[in-house]
Write a protein of this length. Structure first.
Length: 456
């Protein structure tokens, strides 16, 4: 067996106590900080590194034993890394400066050499790939030309003009028809898409906008020894200012300081007083239980919709090395699969291993995803496409929720304007994939802007 270094930070469950100032198990000393950071994924870790550099005091609260969010890496017995979550970063100054700061060696992300097999995973059979195998480079340039009018989206944020352009609110199928972009559909179909043709064009752009497409065409970079290496080095920088295996019990923001009670996996508690709070986890009412949200906050945080998304590393599949599986369904428009679906299965440089990504709606559970994974791979063997058998799941990553979204009606009514106006409200600031495009490089840039506002 190999080993893994990863952090699924970013999703916390909070338990509200009857009285935030009475605790039966301990009366911990109070630590006082400039900032409490909630969540140690890409955004929270970046914030910790930068606050340390800025000379600010902070405590980062992470529910898992490692930092990293969706940056999951498995290491084989001979220490070869396999990234099965985040696979690379934009090759730009934001990424390069951060990697240099942490002294992370990096390389171009070059996928393992492999043949693409276009398979309808609903039937297990190989199918015609006319739609998916079109010239994606040309199609992406056509896509970029059509969306370059939305300059305000190029930093990954939701800083819209008022009113929000109607082109952004129309379903992708209508945008495709309006701008004659049929060849681009497969280029913009991604792991967070769900039923992509029904998605508001805005959210498709946030997964494959101009900066994303340029990064794809120019090539991504990645840490040479796995994505997790970045977070191992960041942990050394942050040091004792992170509380691992810890969850927030309650937050009181009513006084001059933010007061937080944290409990770790051993049941020990810690009180923290801070001038400001930085929330990097998804701001849903479920994840912010214990925060005593006011009406202004709750009225927005109850409007979220999202996709469920799981990533896994598998072996003993019977799928030959050097073969990727692209899931394609010719019975659907543009041959894109409908949710729940397996997006793709990718070969790795380490023989015997494949990564797999699974997408569904809010009700798509881990149990559902595991069943879909196993049945889809086994079906390949049943119909004779590959000598496939029930796979062994080596590692599993739950990235739910992804593609945090609001309804078109709520967006028209000013959802994002009101959401962004919460920055600083009740001494609380926000970053993360609910506030910006869910790509690490863009999240780091957005987090940098939030930190500037916190200390303006």
């Amino acid at each position: 067996m190999g080993h893994t270094r990863f952090g699924l930070g970013g999703l916390l469950s909070f338990a509200l106590l009857n009285s935030p100032f009475l605790h039966a198990h301990a009366t911990p000393d109070v630590i006082t900080r400039d900032v409490v950071i909630v969540g140690g994924g890409a955004s929270g870790t970046y914030a910790g590194v930068r606050l340390k550099e800025m000379g600010k005091t902070f405590t980062l609260i992470e529910r898992n034993s490692l930092l990293g969010g969706h940056g999951e890496t498995f290491y084989t017995n001979d220490d070869k890394p396999i990234n099965y979550g985040v696979e690379g970063y934009f090759n730009n100054s934001v990424t390069l400066n951060y990697l240099a700061k942490l002294q992370v060696p990096y390389e171009l992300r070059v996928p393992a050499p492999a043949e693409d097999d276009y398979i309808n995973l609903r039937t297990g059979e190989k199918v015609d790939a006319a739609e998916a195998s079109k010239n994606q480079s040309a199609a992406l340039h056509q896509w970029m030309d059509s969306i370059s009018q939305f300059k305000f989206l190029e930093d990954g944020s939701y800083n819209f003009p008022d009113p929000v352009p109607e082109d952004l609110l129309m379903p992708l199928r209508d945008f495709i028809a309006k701008y004659k972009l049929d060849d681009a559909v497969w280029g913009v179909f991604s792991h967070g898409s769900g039923n992509v043709l029904d998605m508001a064009t805005l959210y498709v752009i946030q997964y494959i906008g101009v900066p994303h497409a340029k990064a794809f065409l120019n090539g991504y970079i990645r840490p040479s020894h796995g994505i997790a290496d970045l977070y191992t080095r960041a942990t050394k920088v942050i040091g004792s200012d992170v509380l691992f295996n810890s969850q927030i019990e309650w937050v009181d923001r009513s006084g001059g300081m933010v007061k937080v009670l944290v409990r770790n996996s051993d049941g020990k508690t810690q009180r923290i007083h801070a001038k400001k709070l930085l929330v990097t986890i998804p701001p849903t009412t479920r994840h912010l239980t214990g925060f005593s949200l006011d009406n202004r906050e709750a009225s927005l945080f109850t409007k979220w919709h999202y996709q469920s998304y799981y990533a896994a590393l598998i072996n003993e599949t019977g799928i030959p090395d050097g073969h990727n599986i692209i899931n394609i369904d010719p019975s659907n428009p543009f041959s894109v699969p409908y949710e729940p679906f397996i997006w793709r299965v990718d070969a790795q440089r380490v023989p015997g291993y494949h990564t797999i990504k699974l997408v569904g709606n809010e009700q798509f559970s881990e149990e559902d995803a595991r069943e879909l994974l196993e049945s889809s791979i086994e079906r390949l063997g049943e119909v004779g496409t590959f000598p496939a058998t029930k796979p062994r799941i080596v590692k599993w990553g739950d990235h739910t929720p992804v593609t945090m979204s609001a309804s078109v009606e709520d967006i028209r009514a000013g959802f994002y304007k009101n959401l962004y106006a919460l920055q600083g409200h009740q001494k609380t600031f926000y970053t993360g994939a609910s506030w910006c495009s869910d790509y690490s490089t863009l999240l780091w840039g957005f987090t940098e802007d939030v930190l500037k506002k916190m200390f303006a």
